[in-house]
Design a protein. Structure first.
Length: 367
């Protein structure tokens, strides 16, 4: 293309989908999830991006970010990212502002790939053909039957060799039930499946160490947010004391957050969420910071938004196949991926390979 092709429009819409059962982790409960969709137009083509955030993110997209990126060349996504960073300077680049930026950035990368008729992972420069995933759910609200059925669906029916459950019940005040559920999870999947746990910051540091010590027979290999992700000293102390890999970072909304976590030696594996951290543009920078500290990156949630950039990240470990987001993405998009065998293969279609099913999403629209 010899002449610039400008971004002509950015549109945002929001959809709230009820959960299929009551859900909770160690420190929070919910009964619905909201997806904010961004559609970016240019050169007669549309790119798709989204985030899981309050509907206020859609208003930020329309009011601040759309004017900032309209007119930018479709090929110059870094220029659009810089323009968005300036646009959210005063309201704040962290928090929901970063969620909104992430959705637009992902839509712009998808638009560029579609304009060039390239799969997104090929545009970014793939380093692998497939991306490892782990089944994630195991909410603290589940009965033993619900827990068993979900975990066996992943491990035995789909052949996913790693699964994760929530612990830290009632902000860490019901450790006996946590230990019981860890045992139930291990019994459900057998010894040939890796077992991950996520306390969502529900424990103190010493409490987290005691829980892993008492659960040693269940061979937990991944301990996510044993303490608050803001407690870097606590994460570092747990990391030094347990055999399981300690992970955190899912709430990060900017490069300095991840730099501090890496520099503190707080984690064995850094988590990043492409729908929160600033989009694909910022993800690539975060992955480079992690690599400089000898760390791998694990993708948090939004699996179909993450698969392409995961395939293009050399120091990538695995992607969270999160129950809620898989349900919604399956409902809203054509072109979804198959996690059978514990790996997904990014689409060979242009862009992210997805097509938005507007009619199916319309009953859930709130913006």
């Amino acid at each position: 293309m010899s002449a610039a092709t400008p971004v002509t429009a950015i549109r945002a819409s929001a959809y709230t989908v009820p959960t299929d059962a009551p859900e909770a982790d160690g420190t929070y409960s919910w009964d619905s999830t909201t997806l904010v969709l961004v559609e970016a137009d240019g050169g007669g083509t549309t790119g798709l991006g989204w985030t899981y955030a309050p509907a206020a993110a859609a208003a930020l997209v329309e009011g601040l970010l759309a004017p900032a990126v309209q007119g930018v060349d479709v090929l110059d996504v870094p220029a659009a990212a810089a323009a968005m960073a300036r646009a959210v300077r005063n309201p704040g680049r962290t928090g929901v502002g970063s969620y909104a930026v992430s959705a637009v950035d992902c839509a712009l990368w998808d638009l560029k790939a579609r304009m060039l008729e390239l799969p997104l992972h090929k545009l970014l420069g793939a380093v692998r053909d497939t991306v490892a995933v782990y089944g994630s759910g195991g909410f603290t609200t589940y009965t033993v039957d619900q827990l068993r059925d979900q975990l066996q669906g992943w491990a035995l029916e789909q052949g996913i060799p790693r699964v994760k459950i929530k612990i830290g019940q009632d902000s860490g005040t019901n450790v006996p039930r946590d230990l019981e559920r860890i045992g139930q999870a291990r019994a459900a999947v057998g010894t040939g499946t890796e077992l991950f746990v996520d306390a969502n910051g529900g424990y103190t540091a010493k409490q987290a160490v005691r829980v892993m010590r008492e659960a040693a027979a269940e061979h937990v290999t991944w301990f996510e947010e044993p303490v608050s992700s803001d407690d870097l000293a606590g994460l570092r102390a747990v990391r030094a004391a347990v055999d399981a890999d300690v992970a955190a970072g899912e709430y990060g909304t900017g490069l300095p957050y991840f730099q501090r976590m890496c520099s503190a030696d707080a984690v064995d594996c850094l988590q990043a969420d492409v729908s929160r951290c600033g989009g694909i543009s910022e993800w690539l920078r975060i992955a480079a910071v992690a690599a400089a500290h000898g760390l791998e990156v694990s993708g948090h949630c939004a699996p179909h938004l993450s698969a392409a950039v995961a395939a293009a990240t050399p120091n990538f470990r695995h992607l969270e196949w999160f129950h809620d987001h898989v349900r919604i993405e399956d409902l809203f998009f054509d072109g979804i991926l198959d996690p059978g065998g514990g790996r997904v293969r990014p689409s060979d279609a242009p862009g992210n390979g997805l097509a938005f099913r507007a009619a199916d999403a319309e009953p859930y629209r709130i913006h």
